[in-house]
Structures are given as structure tokens and as C-alpha cells.
Design a protein around this ligand. Structure first.
Ligand code: MCU
Length: 434
């Protein structure tokens, strides 16, 4: 009978559920995934065309899929994340190619070399390494550009510093039609991918080389990234687009970095057209949106969410309106809702409560949280909870920017959850056997 069939189906579902691995332990939330893109195998529906996007004043709902349904389980997140990734590539940064066929290189106590070949093209770049005191293998923080990051505090906490020159991979000062650097040597000088994503690709290849090195000097599973200003924009994108990065720490990133593109009116942030035109940081496809960011189907709170549940420590400066610190706080608060839904609310910190107004200054306020984040996400010896330390000088209000709520996500896949007992009435959504 139908009832017997349903009962057997329910038993089967329940039986399967018991065979599935238990929910991961809480500390698993602080582990980086072992792959660059864990959602690479997800089936993503076709993305909207740039010309058909509606104008939506508020921030897109990070929990609603392209097909209009909302996610209900933490297990739904990797594939929803993949949708966000594809939207961000198509409309904001340009595509990040997957690991090329040929990646070789070396890791020593003083430097890393990277050689890449793909479709008959090749390129090389290198980075200097500074080890901390003690015995390795060490975790490492990739430092972009060499200013603004407290490298002494990083090493004192027990992590190596990898001094990465982003310009070797994506040069500034070129027109969009003739981009230069290792990325563009391989993928073509007219690639529509912007510099931030080229820089991200370069750091991913450094991690490939660390993985292939066998981990005797640097640990491939404990990489962080940081940088200030334009290199804060870079650090943000690098961490969002490689899930092997365990700790992402953008500093004073400004427009094209953490601040929501929709932007708080009147804040005085660098305009999108200025940032887009100053350097080819963003992808060429962003051009049509500089005057109409409300048409973007994705915003930076979702790049914050792409980092979840990995460590994220956003540092910002409330004294310089040009950096858009209020708009950055809204991005952090919006993305933090995804952290919270994933049970990782303590793994994100946004900190703009600082005294010195100098851009990219070495700030005493950040030393302790910087070291706590390194201990928690790279050394994995610490457990300090993250926090929202938003300066009252530059505090945005997420409530004004969203019309969505944060779901309570179950922690097992919906397909393996047995129907909940319903003593009074049969479930209205019970599937009918076909
Ligand atoms: C905040 O980052 C940038 C800013 O977007 C640019 O307009 C300005 O020229 O440079 C800043 C920066 O990188 O400062 C070091």
C-alpha cells in the first residue's frame, strides 16, 4: 500500500542517515578546505546576462540561490558559494583559471620560485621568505607589497612571511587592452580578468608549490594573506577565491575591496568609476556597473561570505572617508550573517576602532588580534573569539541594507533528514510516489 511504501521509504532514508558521517566537530569550522575550490563540481545554472539585470537597491540575499530557493542546510553552502563565486567572476573580477597543467617550483628557507606552463605559454615569478624563530615546518602569511602589514608581529607569533610582489603577476599602469605580468603572459594581455584576480591566481600557484614541496619548511595547510590599501583589495580577493587560505586579513582596502559596491550615499568613498579607471584592478566586465552598482547581482558582503567559515580579520581606518569604512562595515556585517548561519560567528573580526588616522600605519590596536588570529587559524593553538570592533566614527547599519533574514541552517543534508514526527497531521509536503 501507499502507506507501507512511505514507511519503507522513511525507514530507508533514516537508515541512510545513520550511515552518513556525523556532523563535523565544531573545530572543523576553523579548518581551511584542502582544495582551491570545493564547489568546483557543483552544477551552477546559467548566469544572468549583464543587460537583463534589475536594479535592486539593497544587498542581494546570500542565502537565496540563482533558482530562487533558499538554502536550508550547512551542506547547501558549498554549492551556493559556487554560485556567488561565478557571479563575482562574471560581473566583478574576471575569471580565475583553474590550476594550470604545469606548476613547478622550489621552497627554501629564503625564497619560493614558481614556474607555470599552460597551452604552450609559460611564466615564472618568485617571492622572498622570512622564517620565524624556532623549528619548522611553519605556517606562513603571504604579505602583498610590503607596507602596512605588521610583519614583525606575524613572525613573533610564529608564522613565516612570504613577501609577494603582486606586480610580478599583474602589473599596474597598463591599459586594459595590454595587461602585463606572469598571469597575462600565460592567459593573454587582453584577458578581461583584472589585476586583483591575477594576484589571487599567483598566490594560488605559490600554495601549489608549497603543497608539492612536501611541507618540510612551510605548511601548505596553514597559509594566511594580508596587505594594505590596493594590496588590501588584493588580500580580500585572494582569500575569497582560494579555500586553502586559512586566514584572510585585508587592511584599509577601500573601493574595489571590502566596502559594498552599492555604497553608502554621501560617505565620500572613492567612486567606483575612479577605482575602475585608476588601475585595471577589477575585471573589464565591471565597467558597465560603475554608475549603476544596484544592478550587480552580487556585492562584497558575499565575498566576505565566500571566506566563511575560514578565518577573516578585516582591518579598517575610520578616519579616512575616501576608504569607505562605513560601507566596509556593512559588508562585514552582512557577510558575518553567513558566518553565523554556518556556526562560525566567532571566526570573523572587523576592527576599525583605531586612533591613528594615517593610511596603512602600524597600529598597536591590531597587534593582539593579529597574533590571536594567527594562533587560532594558522598555528591552531588559540581559541580567541572574533569580534565586531566598529568605530562609532564610521559605523554602517546592516538593517538599512537588507530585506532578508538569516536562516537557521540544519547541519545535515536535507535529503538525508528523516521526516520530522507529525502526530496531528500528515506532512503536507510528503512526496507522492510516481
Ligand atoms: C585604498 O587603496 C588605494 C586607492 O584605491 C587609490 O585610489 C589610491 O591611489 O591608492 C590607494 C593605495 O593603494 O594606497 C597605498
Amino acid at each position: 500500500s501507499t502507506i507501507a511504501a512511505l514507511a519503507i521509504a522513511a525507514l530507508t532514508v533514516a537508515g541512510v542517515a545513520t550511515l552518513l558521517p556525523a556532523a563535523p566537530p565544531a573545530e572543523a569550522a576553523v579548518q581551511a578546505a584542502g582544495v582551491e575550490d570545493e564547489g568546483a563540481g557543483c552544477a551552477v545554472p546559467s548566469l544572468p546576462d549583464a543587460g537583463s539585470l534589475p536594479s535592486v537597491a539593497k544587498l542581494p540575499d546570500p542565502f537565496t540561490r540563482l533558482n530562487g530557493t533558499r538554502i536550508s542546510s550547512t551542506a547547501d553552502w558549498p554549492c551556493r558559494r559556487e554560485e556567488i563565486k561565478r557571479l563575482a567572476e562574471k560581473f566583478v573580477y574576471g575569471e580565475k583559471p583553474a590550476k594550470p597543467a604545469g606548476v613547478t617550483g622550489t621552497v627554501s628557507s629564503t625564497g619560493i620560485t614558481v614556474n607555470v606552463s599552460h597551452n604552450g605559454k609559460s611564466a615564472s615569478f618568485s617571492a622572498k621568505v622570512e622564517l620565524p624563530a624556532g623549528t619548522g615546518p611553519f605556517p606562513a602569511v603571504v604579505v602583498l607589497g610590503g607596507f602596512g602589514a605588521d610583519t614583525a608581529a606575524i613572525k613573533a607569533a610564529g608564522a613565516a612571511v612570504i613577501n609577494y610582489d603582486p606586480y610580478a603577476v599583474g602589473k599596474e599602469g597598463t591599459p586594459r587592452s595590454a595587461k602585463q605580468g606572469a598571469f597575462y603572459s600565460v592567459y593573454g594581455s587582453s584577458s578581461s580578468t583584472g589585476l586583483l584576480m591575477a594576484w589571487a591566481w599567483g598566490v594560488s600557484r605559490i600554495i601549489d608549490v608549497i603543497e608539492q614541496s612536501g611541507g618540510g619548511i612551510l605548511r601548505a595547510d596553514a597559509t594566511g594573506v594580508t596587505g594594505c590599501s590596493r594590496f588590501g583589495k588584493g588580500a580580500f580577493v585572494i582569500g575569497a577565491f582560494d579555500q586553502r587560505i586559512a586566514l584572510t586579513m585585508p587592511i584599509e582596502s577601500g573601493s574595489a575591496g571590502v566596502p559594498i559596491f552599492r555604497g553608502i550615499p554621501g560617505e565620500g568613498a572613492q567612486s567606483l568609476s575612479s577605482a575602475y579607471g585608476e588601475q585595471p584592478w577589477l575585471g573589464d566586465a565591471f565597467g558597465p556597473f560603475t554608475g549603476s552598482p544596484a544592478r550587480l547581482p552580487v556585492d562584497t558582503h558575499e565575498m566576505v561570505a565566500m571566506v566563511a567559515p575560514r578565518g577573516l580579520f578585516i582591518m579598517d581606518n575610520p578616519h579616512i572617508a575616501n576608504l569607505g569604512p562605513r560601507s566596509a562595515s556593512v559588508a562585514a556585517l552582512g557577510g558575518a550573517e553567513v558566518y553565523r548561519a554556518l556556526g562560525a560567528g566567532a571566526d570573523i573580526t572587523y576592527w576599525s576602532d583605531v586612533q591613528d588616522g594615517t593610511h596603512c600605519a602600524n597600529r598597536p590596536e591590531w597587534r593582539t588580534p593579529l597574533q590571536q588570529n594567527i594562533q587560532k587559524f594558522l598555528l591552531r593553538t588559540g581559541t580567541a573569539a572574533g569580534a565586531m570592533r566598529i568605530s562609532s566614527r564610521a559605523a554602517g547599519n546592516l538593517a538599512e541594507w537588507r530585506d532578508w533574514t538569516t536562516p537557521v541552517l540544519t547541519s545535515t543534508p536535507p535529503t538525508s533528514t528523516p521526516p520530522s514526527p507529525s502526530p496531528s497531521a500528515p506532512s503536507p509536503s510528503a512526496p507522492s510516489p510516481s
